[in-house]
Design a binder for this molecule. Structure first.
Ligand SMILES: Cc1ncc(COP(=O)(O)O)c(C=O)c1O
Length: 400
């Protein structure tokens, strides 16, 4: 009854993003599961879209949030005060990233991190052209939406024009397309593993060639590690997996340990160009909120202390091995614990989503790929949970 009232209020008063929301009510969440008020358990294979890497309600994060909330929350806009959670988290991240990525600018979300990175690149290079990849997703604000790759992103962009000028897209993994990066280009932004394209991994040597071309023409290379960062790909950052260091990296999602936090990170030299001409060229009230930084710091420390990331590749391979031979599975694309299970048909995909809900699994498809379902669970998922969950998925595949 109470639940029905909540659902009606949700539909009446919470802004909707699609005409058919799932309307699953959440009572509580723990580890890889969340539970409805009726007590139904769901395996969370979305993790709030690659956010809950350390598991829901991770005690280390909850404790850090409560402690920081008791000490202080918001004091003053970002960049003015020395606040321990920000400084400690920035120092930790700088130590984890390859040199010279050592200056962290905190914001509230992924799209904001991307906006900041694009502005920094324009400011530093004094150029205007921005190149992104086809089937890229970098967020929903005007700037981030402008770089949803052409032509696939047009479906979303067309309704909101005019957007940013001087943006063009090249094909991810096309060595030939690198010639479009020129001395006019301020930056190239690229997800090292394309997430919403349906998990597309880079071909051997592609990211190296992209790096080399950017260096050759003086364009900055921006990696969007918003989805791949914090262990999802099997390394703390996908850039180290592929051995390529960008000029700027964008972080968000799991970076906040479940709280809203984003950042763009660069060298001190590049980052310092935001300090003047004009001063206050990029500012934020809540970016780097102490409670969010405390949560992110606790989550990152949890990953490190419990060697969670070291096990991600093996767990991803286990999940893959349990599903890959099913006759309904056409292909599995995977990076660490980010999997796209390809069914080759959107009808099958929509059907399996219903079967998943019945059996207590939350998954979805990808923005540019509605023929594959997503497996992006908390990285703390145990082998037993992977085996049980894969069995449930196989039952659903059998029923297709
Ligand atoms: C690769 C990538 N970049 C940026 C974003 C945008 O992040 P946010 O939703 O926090 O603005 C997303 C969100 O899905 C993403 O997957």
């Amino acid at each position: 009854m109470q639940n029905d009232i909540l659902r009606r209020q949700f539909l009446a008063h919470v802004g909707q993003t699609s005409p058919a929301p799932q309307l699953i009510s959440v009572e509580r969440a723990e580890g890889v599961f969340f539970y409805t008020p009726e007590g139904k358990r769901y395996y969370d294979l979305i993790s709030g879209v690659s956010v809950s890497n350390v598991g829901h309600s991770n005690p280390a994060v909850v404790e850090a949030v409560c402690r920081q909330a008791r000490e202080y929350m918001h004091i003053m806009v970002y960049g003015e005060m020395v606040e321990r959670p920000q400084v400690e988290y920035a120092t930790l991240i700088a130590g984890l990233l390859p040199e010279p990525l050592s200056s962290i600018y905190f914001l509230n979300s992924g799209a904001e991190a991307v906006e900041g990175a694009l502005k920094l690149a324009k400011r530093y290079t004094a150029r205007t052209e921005i190149i992104s990849m086809r089937r890229a997703y970098h967020g929903s604000t005007h700037g981030a939406m402008s770089i949803m790759g052409f032509p696939e992103g047009e479906e979303w962009k067309n309704a909101f024009r005019p957007l940013l000028p001087d943006c063009r897209a090249i094909e991810f993994n096309s060595f030939d397309d690198l010639k479009h990066i020129t001395s006019r280009t301020a930056c190239v932004i690229c997800e090292p593993v394309q997430g919403e394209a349906g998990v597309r991994v880079p071909q051997d040597g592609y990211l190296q060639a992209l790096r080399a071309r950017c260096t050759e023409v003086g364009a900055l290379l921006i990696f969007d590690e918003i989805q791949t960062g914090m262990g999802r790909s099997g390394e703390m950052f996908a850039m180290t997996k592929y051995g390529v260091t960008p000029d700027i990296v964008c972080l968000a999602k799991a970076f906040g340990g479940g709280m809203p936090l984003g950042a763009f990170v660069s060298s001190n030299e590049i980052m310092n160009s935001l300090q003047s001409n004009p001063v206050l060229g990029h500012i934020t009230t809540f970016g780097g909120h102490p409670v969010c930084c405390a949560a992110g710091l606790a989550a990152a420390n949890y990953l490190i202390e419990n060697k969670v990331v070291e096990d991600v590749e093996r767990k991803g391979a286990l999940f893959e091995s349990l599903l890959e031979n099913h006759p309904q599975v056409v292909d599995i694309r995977r990076s660490g614990l980010l999997l796209a299970v390809e069914l080759g048909s959107s009808e099958k995909l929509y059907k399996i989503m219903e079967l998943f809900i019945e059996r207590g699994i939350l998954s979805d498809w990808f923005l540019y790929c509605d023929t594959a379902f997503r497996i992006s669970p908390p990285l703390v998922m145990t082998d037993e949970q992977i085996e049980e969950c894969a069995e449930l998925i196989v039952e659903c595949l059998n029923d297709l």
